[in-house]
Design a protein around this ligand. Structure first.
Ligand code: PLP
Length: 434
């Protein structure tokens, strides 16, 4: 019998020490992934880790140490990046509904650039900059007219709440003149997420550069940054393969070289999220009960969609199983199909459907792999009083607790109980008390 290990430590020991359900991240894997992508890329490409898939401060700090900046979209993410040690000059701030408080902080804080999502927002940034006696760097986010094939969630070529339509931007010749307190340094385009085909990533990059050419002409600006977004996918399901990194890097580099021959001052920003962290994570959940219902086996665990919602089809039309593994004994022979479910009171609390697993016993551990991305941010943590699970980062052989699990007291601590005058006289259950 051999159990699953994370950096030489058995999963039962990790689960014993930190409890379940649990996210375990392999920091060395994040490091390998980052370096492998970075090493091949043109030196004018700058990496801004998108916090959306995993905003844990230690994950951001690790990526910062590896050389990444941060792409954030809220005060919460912004302060996380700062707490992780990311310098404001290495932060891009995006998001379609920025508050006045956020914009004031960004103008004062000298971030690398604000990614501006509308003309009215540009007006606000300009006014705040004038009041602060500053010029603020801005990337205009563009909703391009080209559609994009190959992503699992397409962002381009449709009506969207993000950015300014390409047609509108190219028609706004007086934009720079009307906003003397902003410096429009270039454009940003985010074309979609979970793009698995390297050629699609490369083709999108080329189209974004073409658009930057047009924007430079139409607005009369000197482009010093083009942000080609994130969205690089990884294979999750049978039949899916990771994008070919060599093809992707070579294609991006060629496009960058060509673009920089026309815009020699331009840096290129990338905002990968999922690609950098997904593979590093395993969601670990402990079996509590086994039952058979109308002939089907249900393996009921202590963590379901309250922690592993991404497995239920975020950004995918069809529900398919994330790679699910019996961790307590990776050699135990497979027994047959089952559904792995959680503790919530909803029939949709299923993290793997008809997945083939060995015979398992209560107390044993099941893992869902590829869980470093979007599990922590896209799950329904508060359903049925569960709260956020613990997070552990294994790095260079040491296992660090990087988030304590929520306790019942934590859930209650933000709530305020109204003192009803008449609640001293309880009536029968279901009856009025007066
Ligand atoms: C979600 C998002 C990202 C990261 O996307 P991934 O698919 O995780 O790489 C980057 N930039 C913006 C603007 C986003 O909304």
């Amino acid at each position: 019998m051999s159990e699953y290990e994370v950096q030489g430590v058995g999963i039962s020991k990790i689960a014993e020490e930190f409890g379940t359900p649990l996210y375990v991240y392999d920091g060395d894997e994040i490091e390998r992934t980052y370096h492998a992508l970075r090493a091949g890329l043109d030196k004018h490409v700058q990496m801004f880790y998108s916090l959306k898939p995993n905003p844990n401060v230690s994950i951001v700090s690790l990526l910062r140490r590896l050389g990444a900046g941060a792409e954030v979209c809220s005060l919460g993410e912004f302060k996380t990046a700062l707490a992780a040690g990311v310098h404001p000059s290495r932060i891009l701030f995006t998001g379609p509904g920025k508050s006045r408080e956020e914009l004031e902080l960004l103008v004062a804080g000298d971030v690398r650039a604000i990614i501006c999502e509308s003309f009215t927002e540009l007006g606000r940034i300009d006014a705040l900059s004038r009041a602060a006696g500053k010029r603020t760097r801005v990337l205009m986010r563009v909703n391009p007219s080209f559609g994009v094939q190959g992503g699992r969630l397409t962002m381009a070529g449709r009506p969207r709440q993000f950015g300014v339509d390409e047609e509108q931007l190219l028609d706004a010749a007086d934009l720079v003149r009307r906003h003397p307190n902003t410096e429009i340094i270039g454009i940003q385009v985010y074309t979609g997420t979970r793009i698995l085909d390297a050629d699609v990533v490369v083709a999108n990059t080329g189209r974004i550069f073409d658009l930057a050419d047009k924007a430079a002409d139409a607005l009369g600006i000197t482009v010093t940054m083009v942000d080609i977004g994130g969205g690089i996918g990884l294979g999750y399901f049978p039949g899916e393969t990771d994008p070919d990194e060599d093809v992707m890097v070579k294609g991006i580099n060629e496009a960058v070289t060509a673009f920089r021959s026309r815009h020699p001052d331009a840096a290129v920003a990338m905002e990968p999220g999922r690609y950098l962290v997904a593979r590093s994570g395993t969601f670990v959940t402990r079996v509590r009960d086994i039952k058979f219902s109308r002939g089907e086996r249900f393996v009921i665990t202590d963590g379901g969609t309250n922690a592993a919602m991404a497995a239920v089809g975020l950004g995918t039309a069809v529900k398919r199983n994330f790679p699910t593994q019996f961790l307590s004994d990776i050699d135990r022979p497979l027994a047959g199909p089952c559904h792995v479910t959680g503790p919530l009171l909803t029939p949709t609390d299923v993290i793997a459907r008809n997945v083939t697993l060995p015979e398992v016993q209560p107390g044993e551990l099941i893992g869902v792999h590829m869980y470093g991305a979007y599990g922590p941010t896209a799950s329904i943590a508060y359903m049925n009083g569960q709260g956020f699970p613990a997070e552990v980062l294994a790095y260079k052989g040491r296992h660090h607790l990087i988030r304590k699990r929520d306790t019942a007291e934590d859930l209650l601590s933000r709530q305020i109980r109204v003192d009803f005058q008449d609640d001293a006289e309880p009536g029968a259950l279901g009856a009025r008390s007066s």
